[in-house]
Structure formats: structure tokens, C-alpha cells
Design a protein around this ligand. Structure first.
Ligand code: GZL
Length: 312
């Protein structure tokens, strides 16, 4: 009888662990890997059962993953949308299933009513901070800039480009002479930088590189060195994310500035979900994370030490 009572009691208990599906983009950059690590840690801390799907940077895989989470009847979905368009249909399906969706680190063009909230940085501001740094660094000297864009059609690529252009507008001595996507990866960043160097007289004509993330910058630094030039002096390097390897490059004088992006988007996301699960509290539609500029003056080796074990 005792055993029966225990079983009944267990069955009657509400599910202790909420189940959350995470439709992650992939592991295209060190920052992305850190976001995955931190999200799993934050779920663990809160006793959340996290179901993880890696889409290898393909939107159709992300959409499939979200549909799968809806079919499983999860309590919420985290989505880092690889590109900004094409989400209406699957977000409507989640809404019809009454499953809240929280966007992480990238935005979608869909109506705000189709997701609970979005956690991320001000991506335009990041591009602006990067551009302002270069404006200050070059003064009124002529500076031809090459730009490595993030994934085509992603909100960071669109917004970081805009922010940088806003910052250099009015400074006619600074010009973006070449701009192409490196898809946020080291490999593509290196490849595209090689083509920029070849096209610009071996790089003599290039004063600075603006990369939408550190991983493309690290790949480009390799290409600059292989072309016999000094990254950080012959060609200034400014990028975004604040991953450990950019601080290693900075400490070696091979990179000049980065705008830090926290990989912990999940903490604020889970906090908003906890309030929503409890009593349907509606969070603000955008929960903004901090952005901070780091340069060679900020003891990059010490900063590297603080980041090296965070799962990048
Ligand atoms: C920005 C994020 C970007 C990172 C890249 O919020 O979406 O995606 O800057 C990553 O490293 O690929």
C-alpha cells in the first residue's frame, strides 16, 4: 500500500522541471560556442530540462527544430535566428500552441506579438562604437577600410554595418573601399581578407579592417601576416564580440579594438520566462545587454585570463 501511495503522490506532483527547446544557429564562432555553454549552465542552475538543436547555420534546420519542440509540447523555445526573415509561419505555430518564444542575440522582422521577448545587444550601437574608435584613431589622415560582414541577412550584419557607417559619416578621409561577408567564421574571414589584399596592391592601400566579429578578424589577421604586413600597425583591426583569442592578438599588438558582447543571453531569458510561467507576466519586448569597448590600453592579457575558461 505504501508503495502505491508513493507512486500516486509522485504522479500527482506538478512537473518540477520546465522543459525548454533551444534552436541554436550552430558553432560558427567562439562567441556562439560560449553562448551555448552558458545557456546549458544557466538551465542547469535553474533545474530547467534543456533540449538542444544545432542547425549548422541553416534556417531550414532551425525551423524544423522549432516545429519539433512544438510537437514535443515544450514549455518555451529559445531561438537565435540565423537570418532576420522567414519566421512568421513557425512563430505563429508556436503561438497557436501557446508556447512562448524568446529570441537570443539576433532579431527577426516578424511582428513583435509573435515572440515573448528578445535578449540581445544594441547591434547598431556596437558598429557605432567600432566606427567611433577608428575615427578617433586615424584623426584626419586618409584611411581606406575593408569590411568583413557577418552572415548575409542576419540582423547583426545589417545593424553593425549601419552603425559603423553612421560613425564614419562626415569623415570623408575614411572610406569603406571593399565590403563582403565572411559569414562570421575564421575560415571565410581569412579567405575574403586574402582576396581584399590581392585586390588592393598586396594591402598597401588598406589602412584598417572592420570585422563584424572577432573570429573573422582572427582569420584576417592570419592573411595579413601571410601577405607580409603587420596587423595592428600596417592594417588596424577593429571587431566585435570580445572572445579570448582577440585579446591574445591585442596583447601581441596584432589587433586594436573589440566591442564586447556577453554570451549570457540565457540568464535574462530564463528570468523573463520564470515570471511568465508563474503568472503570465509580460516582459518588455527587448532586454538589452551591455556593450563595452576594449583596446590595447586595457591590459588585454589580463582580460584574456578572465575569459579563457568560459567555454569559448
Ligand atoms: C551577435 C551574434 C553574432 C556574433 C557572432 O549578437 O548573433 O553571431 O557576433 C555570431 O560571433 O556568429
Amino acid at each position: 500500500t505504501a508503495a502505491l501511495a508513493t507512486t500516486t503522490a509522485l504522479l500527482a506532483q506538478p512537473t518540477l522541471a520546465e522543459t525548454v527547446g533551444f534552436a541554436q544557429i550552430g558553432s560558427e564562432s567562439g562567441w556562439r560556442a560560449a553562448e551555448t555553454t552558458v545557456t546549458k549552465q544557466e538551465a542547469e542552475k535553474r533545474g530547467i530540462d534543456l533540449k538542444f538543436a544545432d542547425a549548422q547555420q541553416k534556417q531550414e534546420n532551425q525551423i524544423k527544430a522549432v516545429k519539433g519542440f512544438i510537437a514535443q509540447g515544450v514549455d518555451a523555445i529559445l531561438l537565435a535566428p540565423v537570418v532576420a526573415t522567414g519566421w512568421d509561419e513557425v512563430l505563429k505555430e508556436a503561438q497557436e500552441a501557446e508556447i512562448p518564444v524568446v529570441l537570443l542575440d539576433r532579431m527577426v522582422d516578424s511582428d513583435k506579438s509573435l515572440y515573448l521577448t528578445a535578449v540581445g545587444s544594441d547591434l547598431v550601437h556596437e558598429g557605432n562604437v567600432a566606427g567611433e574608435w577608428l575615427v578617433k584613431d586615424v584623426g584626419d589622415k586618409p584611411c581606406n577600410v575593408v569590411e568583413l560582414q557577418g552572415t548575409t541577412g542576419s540582423s547583426p550584419a545589417i545593424d553593425r554595418k549601419k552603425g559603423f557607417e553612421d560613425a564614419i559619416a562626415g569623415h570623408d578621409n575614411i572610406k569603406i573601399i571593399r565590403s563582403q561577408t565572411g559569414d562570421f567564421t575564421r575560415t571565410k574571414g581569412k579567405e575574403v581578407m586574402e582576396s581584399f589584399l590581392k585586390a588592393e596592391d598586396g594591402g598597401k592601400n588598406i589602412c584598417a579592417l572592420y570585422a563584424h566579429n572577432d573570429d573573422m578578424a582572427v582569420g584576417a589577421i592570419q592573411a595579413i601576416k601571410e601577405a607580409g604586413l603587420k596587423p595592428g600597425t600596417d592594417i588596424k583591426v577593429v571587431s566585435i564580440d570580445g572572445v579570448p583569442d582577440i585579446f591574445t592578438a591585442m596583447a601581441a599588438g596584432e589587433a586594436n579594438a573589440t566591442v564586447e558582447l556577453t554570451p549570457n543571453m540565457a540568464g535574462p531569458a530564463f528570468d523573463a520566462l520564470a515570471a511568465y510561467w508563474k503568472d503570465k507576466t509580460e516582459p518588455p519586448k527587448f532586454i538589452q545587454t551591455e556593450s563595452k569597448l576594449f583596446t590595447q590600453a586595457d591590459d588585454p592579457q589580463a582580460v584574456y585570463e578572465t575569459k579563457k575558461d568560459l567555454g569559448y
